[in-house]
Design a protein around this ligand. Sequence first.
Ligand SMILES: [Zn+2]
Length: 499
Amino acid sequence: MYRALFFGILAFDTALATAGYVQIIDAETGRALDSVKCTQTEYSRFIDLRKIVGVLDGFIKTEDNNCLRVELPLGELTFIDGSPFAQTPDGIRQLTLPVVKREGDWFAEETAIASLLNSYIGGSMVCQPQPRCIVVTEPKFDLFGLRWSADSRRTQVVIPAARLVQCQWEKTIDGGVIMRFPGASLDTTRWRPGPGKAGVKWIQTQCDKARAVVVIQPDSGVAFDRVDILSNPPRYIASFTKEHPANFSSSSRLQLSAKIDSAASSKLAADKERWALDVVVIDPGHGGKDPGAVGPTKLKEKDVVLDIGLRLVKALREKGVKVIMTRDDDTFIPLAERTRIANHSNGKLFVSLHCNASKNRKLAGMETFFLSPAKTERAMEVALLENEVIRFEESRDKYQDITEENFILLTMAQANFTRESQDLAASIQRKVPVKIGLRDLGVDQAGFYVLVGASMPAILVEMGFISNKTEEKKLKNKAYRQKIAENLCAIIVEFLKGG
Ligand SMILES: [Zn+2]
């Protein structure tokens, strides 16, 4: 068996020379939508896995040398180079032949991969032998499934959609939610409990010509918090939190939170103006007893990021965006508290502001991170540095190491927003460094505690190296800080309009 597989892979290698493309055809119109790289062995055809996932409304969550994790509308799949097994929300599934990575591309045997992917998408894909093509069918239902996940603090129910339709929701008296979708169709058969199956007591769905209805009753002690509507791919996310928002009492923040709650209810009334009512959470890193990184002439990260944060908030407010800050003065705020503030403010976006530091004083440039296990030593170093703040905190033991193994359970709150976080990080890196004259160090991923609990797209921006003499000097300059703030503001506004 293994020998046969081995020869299969050898044959695959030689076949790469004759790799070609196969067309993807839309079943309804018969038109070519796209094409996908493929390669042929004597008996099987392999197709470019990442490309086909993109065509099917999925995206690449993380990728390293031998592991590819993709997110499809109804679940997350993990593939290992050279392995015929895939990890799915329904357990391990076997493909007929191993997935192989060659010259940076991932290939999977087309028939087996089609049958696997079909379980996690709204429509379907079929590989046709004559004429050779892949036929893709659009979802039959507007809302084509339902999946949920839970951790110790919150539960999220995701309803993936073929297109965004109107959605009205209301809290039930016992902490649940009724979601109504007028005129929409709903596939009431496809439910996929994700990891951490607890958190939901029951779900009821109902669909007739007039509307689709989803009623979700969380476990006791968990209460409905909010619904997020995301567009790429279209989906609705209902969030439930363990502690009732009314019990949220972090001294001075209580008032702020109440103000935001009323903003949240007016959100229901004016769905069209949605982006303008959403709250952006700006999180200047460090503060108080934690200075963050300190530059060669003793410039402190906590002061720089607070000043840029205040400028950014002012710029956003001028554009009509609602903003709250996790701190607006020189106080110390524990990492977990930062995302708690964000979640309870019905935040739509969480932006943590930092300056980088390195023993290598020559290192310079700007980079933006989203939450995922670090793949490079340098990304790991950045996360270690930013996570180091927990030594100032009283209860340190609540922070577990973020590893590949416990990642899924630890970061469930953020998991449903990875794509938006990646997209926002990418647009920041595409535009801001060049505008402010910094080297673009790109988008990277690492395990930052401050992003772990955020139930919304969340990024961490490293606005240059404070340990670098030239960049420290720049960071002292008020006009330069203003320029960073204005450029970040422009990207955030763009992101809100697109969301
Ligand atoms: Zn920092």
